[in-house]
Design a protein around this ligand. Structure first.
Ligand SMILES: [Zn+2]
Length: 144
């Protein structure tokens, strides 16, 4: 019989709770300049990354491989660029911070956001200012 270990509640410390309890699982990410950029239902650190540029992959459309993430991107679309990839080219329709113009991420079809199967977030572009440890930080620790 496998032993069932119920994960004990991790400190629901003194952090202010997000408004509606139904949105408690949402995470908010900010640009380096402090501008609110992304709210999403899963920690970015737990999402897969592209092999090409290490960008974080956010599924934007339902498919056979999985359901789309729930997210909202607050960034402004800019001119697409053409990237050379092995075996071809790739259009990147980029989004940048509306305050400081830092490039946040891109998708492979023209705006609006979610018109492509995936949204890619550039590695290191966003931070979770709230200073809380991601819930998945200790995944695997209990598998012993
Ligand atoms: Zn910014």
């Amino acid at each position: 019989m496998p032993k069932v270990v119920s994960r004990s509640a991790v400190s629901s410390s003194t952090d202010a709770q997000p408004t509606a309890s139904s949105e408690a699982a949402l995470r908010v990410y900010y640009c380096m300049c402090g501008e609110f950029v992304l709210v999403i239902d899963k920690s970015l650190t737990s999402l897969p990354r592209r092999k090409t540029d290490n960008a974080i992959i956010v599924r934007a459309q339902d498919s056979n491989d999985g359901k789309a993430r729930v997210f909202k991107l607050n960034a402004k679309p800019i001119e697409p660029i053409l990237i050379e990839r092995e075996g071809g080219h790739e259009h990147q329709y980029r989004f940048q911070c509306s305050r400081c113009s830092l490039t946040i991420g891109y998708q492979t079809s023209p705006p609006p956001v979610k018109s492509a199967p995936f949204l890619y977030i550039l590695s290191g572009a966003l931070s979770q200012v709230q200073g809380q440890v991601p819930q998945d930080a200790f995944d695997g620790e209990n598998d012993v």
